[in-house]
Design a protein around this ligand. Structure first.
Ligand code: GLP
Length: 260
């Protein structure tokens, strides 16, 4: 794992945007795995800025989102469909047919999930998967105890996750109980995994994921198995890491050709 700590979320997100831009410029058909939540919002803001100011072209880009609530229509204000169109897709030149987000209204969820996996494969696999982190260590909606080899499927949300997301639904009682999520195995198949976490409330989960044991009880710890996992943090999210000095030393001495 490469652990990169930046002074704040603005600078960390700018670095993330540069990495995504590099992949978009290098690949004939870049495939990007996307996440929702507050964490990637600044990254999306910078990608939009790159599109407007430098003409960064998204017409060849294919996207796959991590997850979606079961039972929500795409136009529900709290759906991840709505989030993605509002915060990114409507402001870049992506082709709607290249966007993939799990369908919360799929009549046959299992079949839908199998097809989602096939679509990722048919697109050539994910070049970079953007990830946020739940306060309980989840990635996507892979809650603690998720199989470390799981594929796209339906998951029940924990009480903690439902509580964290209550603000988007006007109360906990309105938060769905289930979601469709890429599995941990699906996520680990991406060629690069970029996990971003900002703020003190993520510090414990980051310490467990990065320096704790590999365990299904902290789904993000599965990134320890990935050959190219980048953990991008602000100072607060990094504050409980025991080997912070080492990670910073490594980053400061990184050869120029490895930087992005
Ligand atoms: C949700 C999403 C995750 C996201 C997490 C953290 O549970 N399913 O993909 O990473 O929330 O959200 P935030 O970035 O708002 O802290």
């Amino acid at each position: 794992m490469e652990i990169i700590v930046q002074p704040d979320s603005e600078q960390a997100s700018w670095l993330a945007a540069r990495l995504v831009r590099k992949i978009i410029l290098e690949k004939p058909q870049p495939v990007i795995g996307l996440a929702t939540g507050n964490t990637p919002l600044l990254l999306y803001k910078y990608l939009i800025k790159m599109h407007h100011e430098e003409g960064l072209d998204f017409s060849r880009v294919v996207t796959f989102n991590l997850d979606e609530y079961v039972g929500l229509s795409p136009d529900h204000p709290a759906s991840f469909h709505n989030f993605m169109w509002k915060n990114l897709f409507s402001q870049i030149n992506i082709k709607p047919q290249n966007v993939h987000i799990p369908d919360g209204l799929a009549p046959d969820i299992q079949k839908f999930c199998e097809r989602y996996e096939e679509e990722i494969k048919a697109a050539g696999g994910i070049d970079i998967q953007i990830l946020g982190l739940g306060t309980n260590g989840h990635i996507g909606f892979n809650e603690p105890s998720s199989s470390l080899t799981s594929r796209t499927r339906i998951k029940s949300l924990t009480a903690q996750t439902r509580k964290s997301n209550a603000v988007f639904f006007g109360g906990e009682e309105n938060v769905p109980y289930h979601a469709i999520t890429m599995g941990i195995g699906t996520i680990l198949d991406a060629r690069i995994c970029l996990l971003m976490a900002f703020g003190q409330k993520k510090a414990k989960a980051i310490a467990m994921a990065v320096e704790g044991p590999l365990t299904a009880m902290v789904p993000a710890s599965a990134l320890q198995l990935h050959p190219k996992a980048i953990i991008l943090l602000d100072r607060d999210a990094a504050s409980e890491l025991k080997h912070l000095d080492y990670y910073q030393w490594v980053y400061d001495h990184k050869p120029r050709w490895q930087k992005f």
